[in-house]
Design a binder for this molecule. Sequence first.
Ligand code: PLP
Length: 392
Amino acid sequence: MIGLKKSPDWIQDLVDSIKAVTGPGPVALHQPFFGGNELAYLEECINSNFVSSVGPFVDRFEVELAKFTGASHAVAVVNGTAALQVAMLLAGVETGDEVLVPALTFVATANAVHHCGAIPHFVDSSDNTLGLDPVALRVWLEKSAELSGGFLRNRDTGRRIRAVVPMHTFGHPCEMNEILEVAREFRLNVVEDAAESLGSLYQERHTGCFGLVGTLSFNGNKTITTGGGGAILTNDPDLARKAKHLTTTAKMPHRWEYVHDCAGFNFRLPNLNAALGCAQLEQLPDFVKRKRELAAKYSGAMAQVDCVELILEPPGCHSNYWLQTIRLKGDNNSDRDAVLGALNDAGVMSRPVWRLMHHLEPYKNSPRAPLPVAERLEKTLINIPSSPCLAG
Ligand SMILES: *Cc1c(COP(=O)(O)O)cnc(C)c1O
């Protein structure tokens, strides 16, 4: 019977079960934790005078990131959005192309496509992973696109579809094997948006390392932070070189001449931010462990609450549980907003999932597949406090 009939008090039960985990005081959705060598490295960085986009902490951060993720190369940049924008260019995305993006994502994924002069083309998500659904993707491409001249074309718009961007929602890996298979069949390059999934594994390999390029974010609310920052991951040495070149104003190496061979970007991560990143990276395994413990605590506390379930990692995956997420078993916005009201009134900072991309003004006319799952997820997902310190 649980979940079939709503008890009148289910919302209060939910608030109580969450507060039983977070404690009595007000609690943030996600806050950074600086418990390691942050101050020591920042001091060292300032004393060295190398605070900008060149310096030993940048090199070290890149090496450590590559080691942790298993990618051959990591290129540190100013933020995750910049990382995605450059990743699109590395994947051959050109003005007038379309790029397949889940409708359920943070706006940065679509913005990065837009800023390349390309058009995001929205596709549906899976109920099991909250990420891009490979089955729905294949069905949609078989129906709406065709291979011609070695490229995939949107039959309706005539535009080339160049790439697909799986995103690991809230840290839970999506079905990469199946997505890679569809991408191979339809000649799409894969850019993996792993902004939320640092520390998450799919079949024992780190997310962000499956496609041609992957990207990370180190914004203040992500699993580790550099203040602001991001990285491009790739196993291709030529793409890594190109990423570094493009993000460093495309300056040709020379002792004194300013020669730039294309219109590059000033996207390199400052040494000061990389110093913070080196200290944070040392604590990453502990953060992930705590986030996983927090999920287990929430899951236990919510076991008896009607109408609600905690989202758990998909089978075969090891999730970083970046943002803890509950799913309401009802299917309408009024339940969701009542829960959000009750949680935030009780000092438990909570947020709905992002507004779907095609519901946003800049993307309302973008091409899109049917989005029944994403539409339902938009009405039923809520993020609850997720800081690693809450695990106790
Ligand atoms: C955070 C995030 C980004 C980009 O991050 P910034 O570092 O804030 O630019 C991109 N995609 C997704 C899905 C994110 O959650």
